[in-house]
Ligand binder design. Structure first.
Ligand SMILES: [Zn+2]
Length: 294
C-alpha cells in the first residue's frame, strides 16, 4: 500500500514536472576567440592566413554542440553567429535542420533570435573579459574601442553579459567553451554552467590548445552533460534598473558618448548611466562602439 502510494506520488510529480518543462529549444551563441586552435588575428578575420581553417574549426565545434544536444532527443536549435562580421560559420556545413542568425547590427547582438521560448542557451568559443590578464584575446564587446563594461558595479565578460541578457528572457545558461579563464570567469558569476576548457592561455596571443578534433569531442560530451542538468538551472538575472559603466580606449570616444542623453562622464575614459533593462543596454552599446575613428 505504502509502495503504491509512493509510486502514485512519484508519477504525479513526474507528470507535473513534464508539464512544467519548456519545449526542447536550445540557443547557441558562437564566438571565435575561444575555439580550439585560435590564438591571434591569423585565425580571426578574412585577412588572416588561417581564417578559412578557423571557420571550419568553429563550424565543427557548433556541430559537436548540436550532436551533444541531440544525444538526449530531438531539439529545435538556433545558432547565433556572433564573431566579427557575424558570417564566420560555414552554414552549408552545419546540420541542416537548425536556423542561423547572421550579420550585424541586430538588436540583441550576440543573442539575436533568443526569446522566452528557449529552454537554455549555450556559449561556444567564448573568451574572457577586457580586465582578465593573460586571457586569449581578452576583451569585452569591442577589442578595438572599449576598455571594459560594468553592470551594477561588476566588470563583466561577454559570457556574463549575455547570461544577463538571456536572464531578461528567463533563459538559463547551460554550457560554455573557451580558454580556462573564459570558462572559469563565467562559472564563478553564473553557477551551474557546464564548461569545457579547450585551451590553457599563456597570454593575449598564445595558448596551449587541444586539436580541433579533440575539442569537438570534449564539447559533444560536455553539452550532453549540460542537457542532463537543464531542469535544475536558474536564469542569471541582474537587478533592474541597471547601472552601466562603459570604458573607452580613446578619451574622445568617451567625450562623444557623454553627449548621449542618459550618459555622463565618470572619468576621462568612462561614461555611466542607468538603464531599464539588458535589451536597452545592448542596443546602446552597439551605437557606442560604432563611432567613426576621430
Ligand atoms: Zn567576443
Amino acid at each position: 500500500m505504502l509502495s503504491r502510494l509512493v509510486l502514485a506520488v512519484a508519477l504525479s510529480v513526474a507528470v507535473v514536472s513534464a508539464q512544467n518543462q519548456r519545449p526542447r529549444k536550445v540557443f547557441i551563441s558562437v564566438d571565435m576567440e575561444g575555439i580550439s586552435g585560435v590564438v591571434d588575428p591569423a585565425q580571426l578575420g578574412p585577412d588572416g592566413f588561417e581564417y578559412q581553417r578557423a571557420r571550419e574549426w568553429m563550424t565543427g565545434e557548433v556541430n559537436a554542440a548540436i550532436a551533444g544536444i541531440r544525444a538526449s532527443g530531438p531539439a529545435d536549435i538556433v545558432i547565433c553567429d556572433s564573431h566579427g562580421n557575424g558570417q564566420s560559420l560555414l552554414i552549408d556545413k552545419v546540420a541542416d535542420d537548425v536556423r542561423i542568425v547572421r550579420g550585424f547590427p541586430r538588436p540583441l547582438e550576440m543573442m539575436q533570435g533568443l526569446d522566452d521560448s528557449f529552454a537554455a542557451a549555450m556559449f561556444i568559443g567564448y573568451h574572457a573579459s577586457e580586465w582578465t590578464p593573460d586571457a586569449v584575446r581578452g576583451h569585452t564587446i569591442s577589442s578595438a574601442r572599449l576598455l571594459g563594461v560594468r553592470l551594477n558595479g561588476n566588470e563583466v565578460s561577454e559570457g556574463i553579459y549575455n547570461a544577463a541578457l538571456a536572464g531578461h528572457f528567463n533563459v538559463p545558461i547551460a554550457f560554455v567553451s573557451g580558454d580556462r579563464l573564459a570558462v572559469t570567469q563565467i562559472q564563478k558569476a553564473v553557477p551551474g554552467v557546464e564548461g569545457v576548457i579547450v585551451k590553457e592561455p599563456y597570454g593575449y596571443h598564445s595558448a596551449q590548445t587541444v586539436t580541433p578534433a579533440r575539442g569537438q569531442a570534449m564539447i559533444r560530451e560536455g553539452v550532453a552533460r549540460a542537457m542532463g542538468k537543464l531542469g535544475s538551472l536558474q536564469p542569471f538575472r541582474v537587478t533592474t534598473p541597471i547601472a552601466l559603466e562603459v570604458g573607452f580606449k580613446l578619451t574622445i570616444d568617451a567625450e562623444r558618448a557623454a553627449f548621449v542623453p542618459g550618459l555622463s562622464r565618470a572619468d576621462a575614459h568612462v561614461v555611466k548611466g542607468t538603464f531599464r533593462d539588458m535589451p536597452e543596454i545592448t542596443k546602446l552599446l552597439q551605437v557606442l562602439t560604432s563611432f567613426a575613428a576621430p
